[in-house]
Write a new protein. Structure first.
Length: 296
C-alpha cells in the first residue's frame, strides 16, 4: 500500500473531519465558474437506466435499497428523454448508472449505439458506473467497443465486486477505457430518508457544498433532478415532490427549446436547496463502511 493510501486510511480511522478537510474538500468547487458560464452544455449528467441492483447496500445514498419492486427502464423511454434533452443541450460527461446498469444490458447497448450514430456529437464521454458483479454479454461488449467514448468506472466493493477482475481483463483486451475507483475507504452516510429538522443554515451549507448537486444532476424517467437522492426519494414517495425543484422535459409549459434549456440551466445553477436536502445528512460527514449488505 502506498504511503498516501496508508495516511488516508489512518486519517479515516482517526477523524472524518480531518479526512474531509484534506481529501474530499467539499468546500472547493473547481468547476463552479465553468458551470455558471456554460449556456448550451451540461458538465455532467447521471442517466438512470434501471432501479434494479445486484447488491443491496444498506447505506446507498441514492436510496436504491428502498425499492420493493425495482424496474428496468425501456430503451424507448431512455432514448426519447435523451432526444428531448439534446434538442436544447449537449452533455460533456454522461454517466450511465442504475442501480447496476449491467442488469439492464439491452438498454445499455441501445443507448451506446444511439450515441454512436447521429447523436454522437451530443456527448463528449460516456462513463458507465458499475459495481463489478456482472459481466457484459457479447452484444453489450460489442456496443461498448463500437463507441470509443465509452469508459467503465468500477466502484470496487472488494470481495463483493466478484466479476471485476474478469471485467477489467475484458476492458484491457478490447481497448475500453476503465478506472477502478478506490478513492475512499468509507462512504459518507447520508442518513435514512426522513426529515431531520436541521437548521436552515445547515441545510443551505449542505446544499452549497454538496458534491452530488454539482456533479450528479440526474435524468430519470423524463425529469432532471438536482441529485439522484432527490430523484429516487420522490419516486419512492419518501421525499416531497415539489414541481419547481426539478425539470420535467415533457412539460408542455415549456414553450420552445430555449425555454426548456433555460429551465435546465436554472436547475443546474440553483442556489436554493431542494426539499430533499432536509432529508439528507451528507454534510455531517459521518463515515460508514461501504457496501454493507442488507438482507434481500
Ligand atoms: S439531497 Fe441535497 S444535500 Fe443531499 S445529496 Fe441531494 S442535493 Fe446534496
Amino acid at each position: 500500500m502506498g504511503m498516501k493510501k496508508s495516511i488516508k486510511k489512518c486519517l479515516f480511522k482517526i477523524s472524518s473531519g480531518y479526512t474531509d478537510l484534506l481529501y474530499r474538500r467539499p468546500y472547493l468547487d473547481k468547476e463552479a465558474k465553468l458551470r455558471r458560464s456554460l449556456e448550451g452544455e451540461l458538465l455532467h449528467l447521471d442517466l438512470v437506466i434501471t432501479e434494479c441492483c445486484s447488491l443491496k447496500c444498506r447505506d446507498c445514498s441514492n436510496l436504491m435499497q428502498y425499492y420493493q419492486k425495482p424496474e428496468n427502464l425501456t430503451s424507448d423511454e431512455v432514448i426519447n428523454e435523451l432526444k428531448k434533452l439534446f434538442s436544447c443541450l449537449r452533455v460533456r460527461e454522461l454517466k450511465v448508472l442504475g442501480g447496476e446498469p449491467f442488469v439492464n444490458q439491452k438498454v445499455l447497448s441501445d443507448v451506446l449505439r444511439f450515441l454512436t450514430g447521429d447523436y454522437s456529437g451530443y456527448v463528449d464521454s460516456i462513463n458507465i458506473i458499475t459495481n463489478g458483479t456482472i459481466l457484459p454479454s457479447e452484444d453489450c461488449l460489442e456496443a461498448m467497443i463500437s463507441n470509443p467514448k465509452t469508459k467503465v468506472s468500477f466502484s470496487n466493493y472488494g470481495e463483493l465486486s466478484n466479476r471485476q477482475d474478469e471485467f477489467v481483463e475484458l476492458c484491457k483486451k478490447n481497448n475500453i477505457d476503465y478506472q477502478v475507483t478506490d478513492d475512499s475507504f468509507y462512504w459518507l452516510d447520508f442518513g435514512r430518508p426522513i426529515e431531520y429538522n436541521e437548521s436552515e443554515e445547515f441545510v443551505r451549507r449542505q446544499y452549497k457544498n454538496c458534491y452530488n448537486r454539482k456533479n450528479c444532476n440526474t435524468l430519470y424517467r423524463g425529469r432532471i433532478y438536482a441529485c439522484p437522492r432527490q430523484a429516487h426519494g420522490i419516486r419512492l414517495v419518501l421525499i416531497p415532490d415539489s414541481k419547481d425543484e426539478f425539470v420535467d422535459l415533457f412539460d408542455p409549459g415549456y414553450t420552445d427549446k430555449d425555454d426548456l434549456r433555460r429551465a435546465i440551466i436554472g436547475l443546474v445553477r440553483r442556489k436554493e436547496p431542494v426539499s430533499a436536502c432536509r432529508y439528507c445528512l451528507n454534510c455531517k460527514y459521518i463515515h460508514v463502511k461501504r457496501g454493507i449488505q442488507e438482507k434481500r
